[in-house]
Design a protein around this ligand. Sequence first.
Ligand code: TTP
Ligand code: MG
Length: 393
Amino acid sequence: MERVIIHVDMDAFYAAVEQRDNPLYRGQPVIVGGTVEQRGVVSTASYEARKYGVHSAMSMYEAHRRCPQGIYLPVDMEKYRAVSQEIMTIFQQYTPEVEAISLDEAFLDVTGSCKLFGGAENIGHQIKNEIKKKLQLTASVGIAYNKFLAKLASDLDKPDGFCVLTPNDLAAKVWPLPIGKMMGVGSKTEEQLKAMHIKTIGQLAQVDLALLERLLGKAGRQMGEMARGIDLREVEPVREHKSVGRETTFPKDIQQSQLLETVLFELTDDVCYTLRSQKLKGKTVTLKIKYADFKVVTRAVTMDKYTANFEMVFAQIKQLLQQHYREGMPVRLIGITVSHLKAEDEIVEQTSLFEDNKQEEKHQKLDAVLDKLNAKYGKESVIRARKLEWEQE
Ligand code: TTP
Ligand code: MG
């Protein structure tokens, strides 16, 4: 099945946000970047400033020379990041398959959601409209059957662009373009290709793929394929892990806290193992109980630290059970969820020499040993001592 991919790229992003937030800047040449004193460069220039030949990565000194009357502003990353979040939230309404490439740019694979929204072009227009209405900003949209062409398309009609490329458009719209317009063609590769008298994408499409690979490596072959309109790269969303949970429904209602604890022990072990294997840690532990009358109760506790450690999580869930379960109440289902997750390497640990840290370290070592054995011999081969005790009872 042919894929449908949309590429969205905001127009003059940093400068457009500044123009939106200050009416005096609208219609003016606005240049966002560092300072001349600090030998800074241009981050971006409004389309009005581009007329004077000012562009990204140019020295501020040169920008001032070309456009002395320009409005020069510092970079306000926090503000652009917040706007970016809002843009990405709009994309998510149309598909979860969103791959953000930078703050102002993303690929959306809408193959699966086209029908629901009345076609890809409709989605493209709706996204543009929503960005304009909600954020007072303009975006350029490109639609095609692969990433390479979708990105090329969004650039073809900038600013406030809308462009669809089909296989039939290759010869007329893509092949006449200079090879510099291709994704991943750096200036060095461009020089090499020009030395071979390859200046346009169409000329590149004529070159034997094996020859390109010999001359420029794997990337050379890939470029040759893209020039022919072939690009199999997937849209790769960074999947946000919101929570990891397990629950179980009993064949017969359970009425003893001791038994519930035993089940939670197993479920917690599973959840923590999943967290660790995905290199995640969590801060909030939630207990879920569904009673025989189908009434559901959830109770959560937030720890002061991120963890994927079994002992720590189990201590919390056990306490929740003790606090909120009344002995004798028939339970139909029980579950545990760990949420408020973060990737291990994003967590800044507070180093301390206190005793409980040593204890924690010991627990973590045990987790690590068990994980290793599990990985080697299978999940069921290693059983925590306490679990063994129960199984022998
Ligand atoms: P781009 O999308 O490349 O540029 P743009 O959005 O300003 O303009 P347009 O897409 O209409 O051509 O980059 C997005 C933002 O990233 C840009 O607003 C500022 C920042 N940026 C830099 O800080 N340095 C750079 O060299 C580039 C290219 C962009
Ligand atoms: Mg942009």
